[in-house]
Design a protein around this ligand. Structure first.
Ligand SMILES: Nc1ncnc2c1ncn2[C@@H]1O[C@H](COP(=O)(O)OP(=O)(O)O)[C@@H](O)[C@H]1O
Ligand SMILES: [Mg+2]
Length: 260
């Protein structure tokens, strides 16, 4: 069964989509079967995977509206993993499903139909806590939180962990934070070090050892519709995301081992 992970943070611009795309690509390079689900109407994860958001035959919107089976809506891609894409149509879904019974669980139930075909399902979330994001957080086992090591990152932290607790209690008992990732990391900055230290105290082992450096190639790759590993595989950004994928695989092995 797939491990299903949301990439979430209520703040925008912290590296959620960059992480979703590049983690998906790195896990695929490490021979894992991966599905990337774009739950943001901006469609950046879709475009960043080389799938044209405005040419989609079907998107995650059709799945949430119950119009097509999820298998049908999964788009072809050339980046080593599959993509359930999105575009601005997703913005209209919220109202359409608002009154529906079980409206929080539509994505969860759809993913059940395909989870045996994948090792990892990565769900990229929008920054808002909309019903769309609630669908994402109800469908996953774990949340990966990307964070920029800046002063305001700590401010939003309590909100974020509270949201996750609330969803865990009301909708998804298995939901947990599986890891916190430092993004756009600048090792020379004193502030980065201070914030990093606080994150480490707050999250302990959940803070990934891997950090993602600020790397211009990571910002350029989406314009080419390519994950960094296909854009410039020797760049610091590509190496960092591969390391993250390897660290995740190692941690999930240790966890499985400890359960057995
Ligand atoms: N490690 C990084 N180095 C440089 N630029 C980055 C890095 N991570 C993300 N970016 C850039 O920062 C902006 C915000 O990142 P994005 O992943 O879209 O954040 P979010 O999905 O949280 O809004 C984008 O322009 C992206 O290309
Ligand atoms: Mg995003």
């Amino acid at each position: 069964m797939a491990q299903i992970i949301a990439i979430a943070n209520q703040k925008g611009g912290v590296g959620k989509t960059t992480t979703a795309v590049n983690l998906a690509a790195s896990l695929a390079v490490l021979k894992k079967r991966v599905l990337l689900v774009d739950m943001d109407s901006q469609g950046n994860a879709t475009m960043g995977s080389g799938v044209q958001k405005n040419d989609l035959l079907y998107s995650v919107t059709d799945v949430l509206l119950g119009e097509v089976p999820i298998e049908t809506a999964i788009a072809k891609s050339e980046v080593g993993y599959k993509v359930l894409g999105s575009n601005r149509d997703l913005a209209g879904v919220e109202l359409a499903i608002a009154e529906q019974d079980g409206r929080e669980f539509i994505l969860r139930d759809a993913l059940k139909e395909v989870e045996s075909s994948f090792d990892y399902i990565i769900v990229d979330c929008a920054p808002s806590l909309s019903l769309i994001t609630v669908n994402a957080l109800s469908a996953v086992q774990g949340v990966l939180i990307p964070m920029q090591c800046e002063y305001y990152a700590l401010e939003g932290l309590a909100d974020l962990t509270q949201t996750i607790d609330r969803i865990q209690q009301a909708l998804n008992p298995e939901l947990e934070i599986i890891g916190v990732l430092r993004t756009m990391y600048d090792a020379r900055s004193a502030l980065t070090k201070d914030v990093s230290e606080e994150l480490s105290q707050y999250f302990g082992k959940k803070l990934y050892d891997t950090v993602i450096p600020r790397n211009i190639r990571l910002a350029e790759a989406p314009a080419h519709g390519l994950p960094i590993i296909y854009f410039e595989k020797s760049s610091k950004g590509a190496v960092a995301y591969l390391n993250l994928a390897a660290e995740m695989l190692k941690k999930s092995k240790v966890k499985k081992g400890s359960k057995a």
